[in-house]
Every structure is written in C-alpha cells, then in structure tokens.
Write a protein that binds this ligand. Structure first.
Ligand code: ADP
Length: 253
C-alpha cells in the first residue's frame, strides 16, 4: 500500500448510459485525512460518480484504487470489506435493538460477506473480542455510552444521528462515503450534523456528495466541482468560492 500517496484515486473514470456520458474522465486524488466534497448543479454527475466509487454502478472506463489497490471490479460489499465505508443512506438503524446491539451488528457486518469468513469468525473467538472492543470504542467516540442499552426507537434526534454515524464508523473504515447526509433536514438539524462531522470525522478521510453548498464550504478541506460529468475545478473552499469557472457552471449550467 502507498501510505504516502492518495488513499482514494479515480483515473479516467467514465460512465455512459447509451450515447449519454454522465461521468466523463474524472481523475480524483483524495489524500489520507482529507475531507473532500463533490458539488455541482443538478445533472452534473455527482450521484453517478458516487455510485461508481461505492460500487453500486460499474464504470464504462477508468479505474478506482483504494490505498493503491485496484477496487474497480469489487462488489459494494467487497469494497466495505476493503475499508470503504457505506454512506448514511445505506445504513439501517434497527429500532427494536439497543444502541449497543446496532453498533455491534454493524461492526460484524463486514465479516459476514461470505460463508467462509463467517465460519472463520465463529472458529476464532478472538475475532468476537475484537468486535466487542470496536463496539465499545465507537460508543465512546460518539458519546453514546450512557444510552448504550436504550432502544434505538427511544433515542433523541441528536443521539439517533450519532448512532447513524456510529454505524458508518463501526467497521473502522479508511474512507467514509457520504451521500447528501443532510437531505430533508431542517436548518437546525443540518447545523447539528455539521457539528457532529467536525467532531467525529475530523481525522478521517471523507468523500461527501452534496448539493448544499453552504454545508460543503463549512466542512471541506477541498472541493471538486463537476459540470456535465467533467471536473471543473478542485480547491479549498476559498479557492472554489472565488473561481469564475465554478460560478459559470452554476449560473450558465
Ligand atoms: P447529479 O447527482 O449531479 O444531479 P446524476 O449523476 O444523478 O447527477 O445524473 C447525471 C446525468 O446522468 C443526468 O443527466 C441523468 O439524467 C443521467 N443519468 C443518471 N442515471 C442514469 C441512468 N441510469 N440512465 C440514464 N441516464 C442517467
């Protein structure tokens, strides 16, 4: 693995639907510990790019590497096992289970990708201890220790959001993929989520696809703007805010 280089890289990533090119030769290089956001007007290709990286869609051309390993041909589940975390919208909180049980399930999930890994899990009780340790670490990291035994359905809104982030972090991912995590939230809820990100995701590598530009400006180290499936510009929030090509992409769409 190339610890020094970008942890997540796409090279010439392209997705065509028939004649139409939704993602067009995108080269991304996300550094370890970076919070990178993808923005762009409606139809820019953000969701398609996200789906290519998470494995929900197969690219027409191009490659994706994680820590130097080519993951282009891996299934979504195999990518999770390779330490690329699922986004919020793919996680499920089980209302009837306790907070601890929810986190524990998520911590185990990546180990059940195949029957042989499940067998290995049960053959090796050390693995189970590892899951317990990881569960406790996530409960501590998210400040959920005091509600660990509460049913998920009884949580306050804020604690429920914390639990959702906890499920993403339960596998201790190298890269966290987030797909419009504040969609449908009120302003106050969005602010609380931003604070949670700043608190919990600060040292992590994150790729966020988001239409809320204010949110992106607040949380990102760097922002990549897409238009018509192509990268328009990549830079810090200040650089992106000052970029004429980005303004054109939004206004002239
Ligand atoms: P964004 O998330 O930036 O709004 P999308 O990635 O959803 O953009 O879409 C980019 C373009 O690709 C749009 O023009 C959309 O209509 C088209 N597109 C997305 N998915 C499909 C599909 N499954 N089949 C055909 N066209 C698609």
């Amino acid at each position: 693995t190339d610890r020094g280089g970008p942890i997540l890289r796409t090279t010439g990533l392209t997705k065509r639907f028939g004649e139409f090119t939704a993602v067009d030769g995108v080269d991304l290089a996300v550094d370890r510990g970076e919070f990178r956001s993808i923005i762009g007007p409606n139809g820019a290709g953000k969701t398609t790019l996200f789906n290519l990286i998470s494995g929900a869609m197969t690219p027409t051309e191009g490659t994706i590497t994680l820590s130097g390993r080519d993951i282009t041909a891996l299934s979504p589940a195999e990518r999770v096992a390779a330490n690329l975390a699922r986004s919020f919208q793919l996680t499920t909180v089980f209302n009837g289970l306790s907070v601890r049980e929810n986190v524990r399930l998520a911590a185990q999930a990546e180990r059940f990708e195949t029957l042989s890994t499940a067998r290995r899990l049960f053959a090796d009780s050390g693995e189970l201890e590892g899951v317990d340790r990881r569960t406790d670490a996530v409960l501590d990291e998210l400040g959920l220790r005091s509600v660990a035994d509460a049913r998920a359905s009884d949580l306050s809104y804020g604690d429920r959001r914390r639990l959702e982030v906890g499920l993403v972090l339960a596998t201790d991912p190298d890269v966290v993929l987030l797909d419009e995590p504040t969609a449908g939230m009120s302003g106050d809820e969005t602010d609380a989520t931003i604070e949670l990100f700043e608190d919990v995701l600060a040292d992590r590598t994150v790729l966020l696809v988001e239409h809320n530009v204010d949110l992106v400006m607040r949380v990102s180290d760097r922002i990549t703007t897409l238009n018509g499936g192509r990268e328009v510009a990549t830079g810090t929030p200040a650089e992106i805010a000052a970029d004429d090509r980005v303004r054109e992409a939004y206004l002239g769409g």
